[in-house]
Design a protein around this ligand. Structure first.
Ligand SMILES: Nc1ncnc2c1ncn2[C@@H]1O[C@H](COP(=O)(O)OP(=O)(O)OP(=O)(O)O)[C@@H](O)[C@H]1O
Length: 358
């Protein structure tokens, strides 16, 4: 089922939570609503579900106006962060619930329900837990059951609100892969809310970046990461060093420059337009090595990264050593218009920057 969100707005009292949002979601797409806390992601998701009314605008499911349709006519599956399983029911009964409560006319027979539940238990790889109660499951297992329960009614759309938010990093990582696989098998149009950029970039086909009730950018993970539409998207996705100040250009405009840590080239000898910097920390994080450095000209801290292989060729290097940093590919935005300004021909900039780690 495809979803069209057209000029949708929602306020709580005088506070505008969602402001004139337009979004087209094709059938089978896997969409992440990504943004900081309070950006309106959950409100938008709840409006799609029918859990929240709109102030203005329309929501279409396959070109049919669903704006005023009650939730039970929407055929959406919903998974929340906090499991929301029925405590007094077994896992089997939890999954069967949505089918059992159907009106007699559309309710499947007991055997059909049992087959469906067993099929879903296999899909979420927890068939051995059918007779347990939710309290006897781990957090990750409960979320899988919550998904199985949402899928039992064969929804046209699956809506997930921070489904892995309460789980530890390792389980979250496993469930991301698992959910992707399930999506590939079932191909249900899926929208999930997250404030975790890594989760959005890793899982989604389409990332919708939200900020202050508005959509800042819609694109593939690669597009939003490689070609951010504005300064907000750039700084929200991934680690960045920020450069500010009038020294950036001579045009007296307020500009912000960003560079990602892996785009900074570190050398042991001065070459080209580089900034002499003192190593203040070296962290080895799996296959990546992260340097924290202090510029000797401005005393500002910044972060650079290289692969472990590069580091092995580069070492020995230790805290207190002086390295030369070349800031390649700085992306500069005008803070008034948030439009990107190309930088290539601006010379002298790299040594006059004030930098800040964000
Ligand atoms: N029922 C409500 N009454 C009043 N204000 C609300 C209500 N629901 C949400 N808001 C406000 O609307 C804004 C957007 O909330 P929303 O939950 O959609 O954001 P979010 O991006 O999902 O944030 P989070 O990641 O923290 O859940 C917030 O400032 C929130 O306080």
């Amino acid at each position: 089922m495809g979803i069209t969100i057209k000029e949708v707005s929602k306020a709580f009292g005088t506070f505008a939570a969602v402001k004139n949002v337009n979004l087209e979601i094709p059938t089978g797409d896997f969409v992440a609503l990504l943004g900081p806390s309070g950006s309106g992601k959950t409100t938008l998701l709840r409006m799609i579900a029918g859990l929240e009314g709109l102030d203005s605008g329309n929501i279409f499911f396959d070109e049919i106006d669903y704006t005023y349709k009650p939730i039970k006519e929407r055929n959406v599956g919903f998974v929340f962060q906090n499991y929301a399983l029925f405590k007094h029911m077994t896992i089997f009964e939890n999954i069967a619930f949505g089918l059992k409560v159907r009106p007699r006319k559309t309710r499947p027979s007991k055997n059909v329900i049992a087959d469906k539940v067993n099929e879903l238990l296999k899909l979420v790889q927890l068939d051995h837990l059918a007779t347990r109660y939710p309290s006897q499951l781990s957090g990750g297992q409960r979320q899988r059951i919550a998904l199985a329960r949402a899928l039992a009614v064969e929804p046209d759309v699956l809506l997930l609100d921070e489904p892995f938010g309460a789980l530890d990093a390792k389980v979250r990582q496993e469930l991301r892969h698992w959910l992707r696989e399930i999506h590939q098998k079932l191909n249900i149009t899926t929208i999930f809310v997250t404030h975790d950029q890594e989760e959005a970039l890793e899982m989604a086909d389409t990332v919708v970046v939200m900020n202050q009730g508005k959509i800042e950018q819609i694109g593939t993970p690669e597009e939003v990461y490689q070609k951010p539409a504005n300064a907000f998207v750039y700084s929200f996705l991934g680690r960045v060093n920020e450069f500010r100040g009038s020294a950036l250009f001579e045009d007296n405009e307020e500009n912000i420059g960003y560079i990602r840590p892996h785009e900074i080239v570190l050398r042991k000898i001065l070459q080209g337009n580089s900034v002499s910097s003192e190593v203040s920390h070296i962290h080895i994080i799996g296959s990546t090595v992260r340097f924290e450095l202090r510029r000797q000209d401005t005393n500002d801290l910044f972060e650079a990264e290289m692969s472990i292989e590069q580091y092995q060729n580069f070492s020995p290097v230790k805290k207190g050593d002086i390295l030369y940093a070349e800031f390649k590919n700085i992306v500069v935005f005008n803070t008034n218009s948030a439009n990107e300004i190309t930088l290539t021909e601006k010379s002298g900039i790299r040594t006059s920057l004030k930098s800040k780690l964000i």
